[in-house]
Write a protein that binds this ligand. Structure first.
Ligand code: GLC
Length: 423
């Protein structure tokens, strides 16, 4: 365990560019939103100040309307597509124009609770609190215009589960005509069999071009997008962050932020029940354009357990994971291994990801499902012992896939080892 911790810390340092950390050199040479928030949890073990800075840097690039972009292009690097010229968001330091799972509220609460330097934590959390609140408010104003309590993603990349089977049917509505010619860069760094197909890539870019033609005006994007999906995993993360922000605000004496955040969490969690599927024993995505659930049993519907869902739902999700475990050697596959769409090596269509494991395990543990939570933690560490610090893994063979020496994988290993009594 000691050598795993040491290797993990080395990876965090190696990918640290001073004020932000790249997910891995080469494949992802900039700052990614949810990567940074989860990375900070690992950094805090050896340098609390550095951990706070990771999140501060991200929020220094928050848009005026409250959105926190999914990528900050701190410096030029033509090894990545789509780069700043494709997004054309007109920012001084270029950013993408879409967002990512709102895990910051959870992360800063966790940093705050564990901080040894209390004075630093108090100052940092106090400064970040209104920014995170503004991001949450942005979500409900711009991505839930009907006030349902749940927000929609408008691009698969917003989900963080970029290439999931969940998006396939709704993605059919996204045309590809008028897509300007482009050269993918991901295939220079990773195996094409592990990455999205060309047809998917053209649709990704078509959406970017549509939003760009609307000048990235977030008040227009939701209704204009042919792709609007309510993802239980994405909402679970946001709602957990709302609840954690409420608790943090209480601790800091910020009564209004606490009340408003608690109301957002309560409303969302109640609405989440509309995504429940008895047949699958988990939550499903909803295609908001059609008003229908999407029959795709992915890990998004298990990740919802990161929020404070009803305990009977958490128990069924724990049971479901136990069943899934009979079909794989490593938890938690990003898609149901019994489904014909399952692909153990293609990203988000089967492989296991440590960040997702961490959040599911944390949520289940809070819901009292400690045996399954512990099992996920053990499986995660075993995977790293056997296969190293990859981006993601084949849940049957354990083969490492995608990028190598991966930052958030390293951060999660530190979390798992430090927080659970692993043998
Ligand atoms: C991939 C993942 C996304 C992550 C990014 C950087 O695009 O799908 O969730 O943020 O890589 O690691």
């Amino acid at each position: 365990m000691q050598s795993l911790l040491q290797n993990a810390s080395e990876i965090l340092r190696e990918n640290d560019l001073g004020t932000y950390t790249v997910p891995t050199h080469g494949l992802y040479p900039f700052q990614w939103n949810w990567d940074s928030c989860l990375t900070a949890l690992g950094q805090a073990y050896f340098d609390e100040e550095r951990a706070w800075r990771e999140i501060e840097t991200l929020f220094a690039h928050q848009w005026e309307d409250g959105m926190v972009p999914h990528i900050i292009f701190h410096k030029e690097d033509d090894g990545y597509f789509p780069g700043p010229d494709v997004w054309a968001t007109g920012r001084d330091v270029p950013t993408s124009g879409i967002t990512q799972p709102a895990v910051a509220g959870f992360a800063i609460k966790r940093l705050f609770d564990r901080a040894k330097d209390r004075e630093l934590a108090d100052a940092k959390a106090r400064a970040l609190l209104p920014k995170v609140k503004a991001w949450h408010d942005w979500f409900f104003a711009n991505r839930d215009p009907q006030g349902t309590g749940l927000v929609a993603i408008l691009h698969p990349w917003e989900s963080g589960r970029d290439n999931s089977v969940d998006w396939d049917a709704a993605f059919e509505r996204v045309p590809t005509d008028g897509v300007l010619p482009f050269i993918r860069r991901d295939l220079q760094h990773a195996d094409a069999d592990h990455r999205p197909t060309q047809a998917q890539y053209e649709r990704y870019i078509w959406l970017v071009q549509l939003f760009r033609s609307l000048d990235w005006d977030n008040s227009k994007l939701h209704d204009a997008s042919p792709f609007q999906v309510v993802d239980p995993g994405f909402n679970g993360i946001l709602l957990r962050s709302c609840m954690d922000l409420a608790d943090l605000a209480d601790a800091l004496g910020e009564v209004e932020v606490a009340e408003s955040s608690r109301a957002q969490a309560g409303k969302g969690i109640a609405a989440m029940d509309t995504l429940w599927s008895d047949a699958h024993g988990q939550y499903l995505c909803q295609d908001r354009v059609l008003g229908e659930l999407i029959d795709s049993p992915s890990v998004g519907g298990l990740l919802a357990a990161f929020a404070q869902i009803p305990s009977e739902r958490a128990a069924i999700i724990a049971e479901r994971i136990t069943k899934i475990a009979e079909l794989v050697n490593y938890l938690v596959p990003s898609h149901d291994p019994a489904s014909s769409d399952y692909d153990g090596k293609r990203y988000w269509r089967g492989p296991a990801w440590l960040i997702v494991n961490y959040m599911i395990s944390d949520g289940l543990s809070r819901a009292g499902q400690t045996a399954v939570a512990q099992r996920i933690a053990q499986s995660s560490v075993k995977l790293i012992e056997q296969s190293g610090f990859a981006e993601y893994y084949d849940p049957k063979s354990g083969e490492p896939c995608g990028g190598t020496r991966f930052t958030w994988t390293a951060a999660m290993v530190i979390e798992f080892i430090s927080q659970t009594q692993l043998e």
